[in-house]
Write a protein that binds this ligand. Structure first.
Ligand SMILES: Cc1cc2nc3c(=O)[nH]c(=O)nc-3n(C[C@H](O)[C@H](O)[C@H](O)COP(=O)(O)OP(=O)(O)OC[C@H]3O[C@@H](n4cnc5c(N)ncnc54)[C@H](O)[C@@H]3O)c2cc1C
Length: 510
């Protein structure tokens, strides 16, 4: 298996900058599906072909192999693991997982369902959410059985635990309005790891299973086009291997698990323009939309292509949440103590990408941070408003309103938690630019192919495309906009990846 380690001393941001550089070189452009009649002979064959070696692809390969299929896993990049391996590895799980129970955390399938279906995107995929919640506890057991390590320790931080704890509130469960939907519970399950490297631990375990089960793994093989028969059935894939075109026959099915498209800037501009200004593409270099485009070219429908995750990392330190976040009218528009994905969503999709954090002496961002620039400072709120060019009196009125209620521990607009609620009262006051284009705002995409519960891909006419499956960020799954909790993406990728692999293995041989 290819080594997936990071050189010592390399920071997360350096790593991503490196990925961006590779990505800008671009991968081969795709084209329309290839008619089977054009293929005179196949270069390789397998029962199930999985394109992509991240969480979705590895999970699909494991289950397809266990279901008895001969499986070929291809990866366009030199390394296996995808974005999943550079992620924090958080999996959103609940309803009473073994870890929750061991830590005395009470949770129910219903509470988890109410949270995911109620706090996130409008008109969410309820069937997928229901199944995911019902089987979440068993899915966590499966991860443990694959060798992913977890520690019976609960973290109280709002961000990925850094001291090896394995359970925390990874989303907006405690913030308003989500906390009114259901009894909040910590559901972010984190592999035992140092800092943010849980994804490496998770993928090391999954890829070790893939190899041990005898899946054939080939790196630097990039899928370009699906091969489609006269009857619309997907029969294989044309791939590029060191610049040479080859064809792979998939006797039972193909699982597209090739990630999303945040590194394909043209696709982002066309499909998800709200994310285009976010300066940090938050994914491995393979996130080029090739899986999605191959599916579309074969007649697949794509859903929620504009949705994604814009992360505005206000905290830590949590003390800054005593400040307020305002829009270009000097008005609050979100609970500042919510998950930073919800904050990012509110800015990207509802404020035209512009917002400011207003702090007083006790809520300033640390001096040593380069995520957000201080763009105004003054001894009064009026000083700030004038420097920012806000409408006359708007910020002053909003701060006065906020302060009046905060003094009584109330926030009639957004019900900020008492821990972060107090009047802004100590100069100097500062304004920090949270605007997407001017801050450290990572983003990735959630739109993808329209799939059913077993990863089967639907055409734009709602019919199943025989032989074609998709999972992870190549499909439109549980994550949406707003992204309400860390772990939904890897959770969805592993859970529905497994189902897609099983279904592909069980597909009728063609
Ligand atoms: C720093 C960071 C931290 C994150 N932390 C979390 C977290 O803790 N929890 C969470 O839920 N989400 C997290 N995310 C998001 C999450 O990592 C991804 O959304 C998720 O891993 C996607 O999984 P996937 O299997 O769909 O895609 P990937 O893991 O990206 O795998 C897709 C693979 O397909 C390959 N590929 C692409 N095109 C082709 C092709 N044409 N042919 C063959 N192979 C191809 C790619 O190179 C890639 O290896 C994080 C992201 C980042 C960047």
């Amino acid at each position: 298996m290819t080594d997936q380690t990071t050189p010592p001393g390399l920071r997360r941001r350096d790593l991503l900058a490196g990925f961006g550089a590779v990505a800008s070189a671009g991968l081969a452009a795709g084209a329309a599906a290839l008619p089977a009649a054009a293929v005179t002979s196949w270069d390789m064959s397998a029962d199930v072909l999985v394109a992509g070696s991240g969480a979705a692809g590895a999970s699909a390969a494991i289950e397809a192999r266990r279901a008895g299929a001969d499986v070929l896993l291809i990866e366009s990049l030199p390394r296996f693991g995808g974005s999943s391996a550079i992620s924090a590895g958080v999996v959103y799980a609940g309803g009473g997982t073994a870890l929750q129970r061991a830590l005395g955390v009470e949770d129910t399938v219903e509470a988890m369902f109410s949270f995911i279906s109620g706090a996130g995107t409008r008109h969410p995929p309820l069937e997928k959410i229901r199944l995911y919640c019902e089987q979440s506890s068993a899915h966590f057991d499966w991860l443990v059985a694959q060798g992913v390590p977890y520690r019976e320790q609960l973290a109280t931080t709002m961000t990925v635990p850094m001291a090896g704890e394995s359970l925390y509130f990874s989303g907006c469960e405690l913030a308003w309005p989500a906390r009114e939907l259901a009894q909040p519970a910590p559901r972010g399950h984190v592999p035992v790891a140092t800092g943010m490297t849980g994804g490496r631990v998770l993928m090391a375990a999954l890829l070790a299973q893939v190899a041990a089960l005898g899946v054939t793994m080939q790196a630097q093989v990039a899928g370009e086009r699906l091969v489609v028969g006269d009857d619309g059935r997907v029969l294989g894939m044309q791939v590029s291997v060191a610049g040479e075109r080859k064809t792979i026959r998939a006797r039972r099915g193909i699982v597209l698990a090739s990630g999303g498209f945040i590194h394909n800037r043209e696709m982002v501009r066309n499909y998800a323009p709200e994310l285009y200004d976010c300066p940090v593409p938050w994914a491995g270099a393979g996130d080029q939309g090739m899986g999605i485009n191959m599916g579309i070219a074969a007649g697949a429908a794509a859903l929620r292509m504009h949705q994604g995750f814009a992360i505005v990392p206000l905290y830590p330190p949590e003390a800054v949440l005593s400040g307020i976040v305002v829009n270009a009218f000097g008005q609050r528009f979100v609970a500042e103590d919510t998950y930073y994905g919800v904050l990012g969503d509110a800015i990207a999709y509802h404020q035209q990408g512009r917002a400011w954090l207003i702090t007083d002496r006790g809520s300033e961002l640390p001096a040593l941070q380069d995520d957000f620039l201080r763009v105004a400072q003054g001894n009064t709120v009026s000083d700030l408003a004038r420097q920012l060019g806000f409408p006359k009196g708007a910020l002053q009125d909003n701060v006065a309103y906020y302060n009046r209620h905060a003094a009584n521990s109330e926030d009639p607009l957004f019900h900020k938690r008492p821990a972060f609620l107090r009047p802004l009262q100590g100069p100097p006051y500062s304004a920090w630019d949270l605007s997407l284009a001017k801050s450290f705002v990572p983003a990735h995409t959630f739109g993808g192919l329209h799939t059913g519960l077993d990863g089967e891909v639907f055409s734009s006419f709602g019919e199943v495309i025989p032989g074609l499956y998709a999972a992870g960020r190549t499909s439109a799954g549980l994550p949406g906009a707003p992204y309400i909790a860390s772990g939904l993406s890897v959770g969805d990728a592993t859970f529905f990846g497994r189902r897609a692999g099983r279904a592909a293995a069980g597909g009728a041989a063609a």
